[in-house]
Ligand binder design. Structure first.
Ligand SMILES: NC(=O)c1ccc[n+]([C@@H]2O[C@H](COP(=O)([O-])OP(=O)(O)OC[C@H]3O[C@@H](n4cnc5c(N)ncnc54)[C@H](O)[C@@H]3O)[C@@H](O)[C@H]2O)c1
Length: 266
């Protein structure tokens, strides 16, 4: 039987892949035979540990760690240059780094109404969730154009589709990434490059464990979900794998909700 999700020969850069959804995407890509995977995270130790774990499990995939802050253009350019030197190509770019900081404290820190925040607090949310995907895309695209091949998948949030109180700046940044993806998709399809988004809702990851491990909060959250569980990293990685494979070659500029039915697309 033909494996339509096979990634043999492909090299992928996944941002924020040291833990949570990004780590599971990397595991999926290795399981589906990717030739190379670059595990980016701004927490270098986390990236190294994840790269080591995946290398041990999947001997045929070359997995390397790349410490870089995706909200910093120089840091992104340097990472992409090094990755291209090593692998010669980046076929798949998954912009997964998000939230801001990657600790429970950081996520709790954003639980404020818009009026309780000041512009200086917005920067980090806009930096990682909006500038991040633009910086990495800008750095990777010249090589994708040259190779006449590319898959870009941006992880956004249903907060960006329906709006979320106390996550207002984050909602805007994620919605911005969806708009960026649509515009980019129109520009680059002539080079055989697709760009799509996956919009997640509440996921079981270290970044939001404070919420998902609290039974009282969880009960309230799940009232909004037709499917009565939070998402697992596998749920997200399944959709990302599809959009990163040639099985999705006639799909571009779209946003796919993976959200237990929290919201619906028309
Ligand atoms: N967890 C959820 O409930 C949820 C819901 C909707 C959308 N999302 C989105 O899904 C994606 C993954 O979320 P998660 O819960 O797995 O995240 P997480 O917080 O568990 O992990 C994110 C990783 O990204 C890294 N990171 C953060 N900022 C970075 C930066 N500037 N540069 C490089 N790396 C950086 C962190 O160090 C961390 O290892 C994010 O884009 C997030 O916004 C998550």
């Amino acid at each position: 039987m033909r494996n339509i999700l096979d990634l043999s020969g492909k090299v992928a850069l996944i941002t924020g892949a040291g833990q949570g959804v990004g780590k599971q995407i990397a595991l999926h890509f290795a399981e589906y035979n990717a030739r190379g995977i670059i595990i980016n995270d701004f927490n270098g130790e986390r990236a190294e540990e994840t790269a080591r774990q995946i290398s041990e499990e999947y001997k045929d995939t070359e997995v390397i760690a790349a410490q870089a802050d995706v909200s910093n253009w120089d840091s992104v350019r340097n990472m992409v240059d090094k990755a291209l030197d090593r692998f010669g190509t980046i076929d798949i770019l998954v912009n997964n780094a998000g939230n801001a900081g990657g600790t429970v404290q950081d996520v709790m820190g954003m639980q404020k109404t818009f009026l309780e925040t000041l512009p200086e607090e917005w920067e980090k949310w806009i930096g990682v969730n909006y500038y991040g995907p633009m910086y990495t895309s800008r750095a990777v695209l010249p090589s994708m154009v040259q190779n006449q091949y590319g898959k870009i998948v941006n992880i956004i949030s249903d907060a960006g589709r329906v709006g979320e109180p106390k996550l207002v700046v984050y909602s805007g940044a994620k919605a911005g990434t969806a708009g960026f993806t649509r515009g980019l998709a129109r520009e680059v399809s002539r080079y055989n490059i697709t760009a799509n988004c996956v919009a997640l809702s509440t996921m079981n990851t270290p970044g939001v464990a404070e919420f998902t491990n609290n039974e009282e909060i969880l009960k309230k959250v799940l009232k909004k979900y037709p499917i009565k569980r939070v998402g697992e990293p596998e749920d997200a990685a399944n959709a990302v794998l599809f959009l990163s494979s040639d099985a999705s070659s006639w799909i571009t500029g779209q946003t796919y909700p993976v959200n237990g039915g929290y919201s619906f697309n028309q």
